[in-house]
Design a protein around this ligand. Structure first.
Ligand SMILES: [Zn+2]
Length: 95
């Protein structure tokens, strides 16, 4: 049975192998989809008395953030974006 150190080495090699697969792939991207991410946002709650130096207490609330993703159909790599670009395919006559 391998030691924990052997296991770490083995996993590092596997990570390298997988990263190379992604790096060498020419990527054929699927259609992008709306894929929002839920993040925890701190919201001020109250001041907690602590001697002469009270400190603010925050609670965390889930907030849905806009995000889009696309996945490579060859290697399975997924990319995420939170930005949109304006794309226009419309044409109009040029005079
Ligand atoms: Zn790929």
């Amino acid at each position: 049975m391998g030691t924990a150190t052997d296991k770490i080495k083995e996993l590092r090699l596997e990570i390298e192998r997988q990263e190379k697969l992604i790096k060498d792939c020419k990527h054929s991207w699927s259609k992008s989809k709306y894929d929002p991410e839920t993040v925890q946002v701190p919201v001020y709650s109250h001041l907690e008395p602590c001697g002469s130096d009270p400190y603010p207490v925050y609670t965390y609330h889930p907030k849905q953030m806009d995000r889009w993703s696309r996945t490579c159909t060859t290697c399975g790599h997924t990319q995420y974006s939170t930005e949109l670009v304006l794309v226009s395919t419309e044409k109009e006559p040029k005079f």
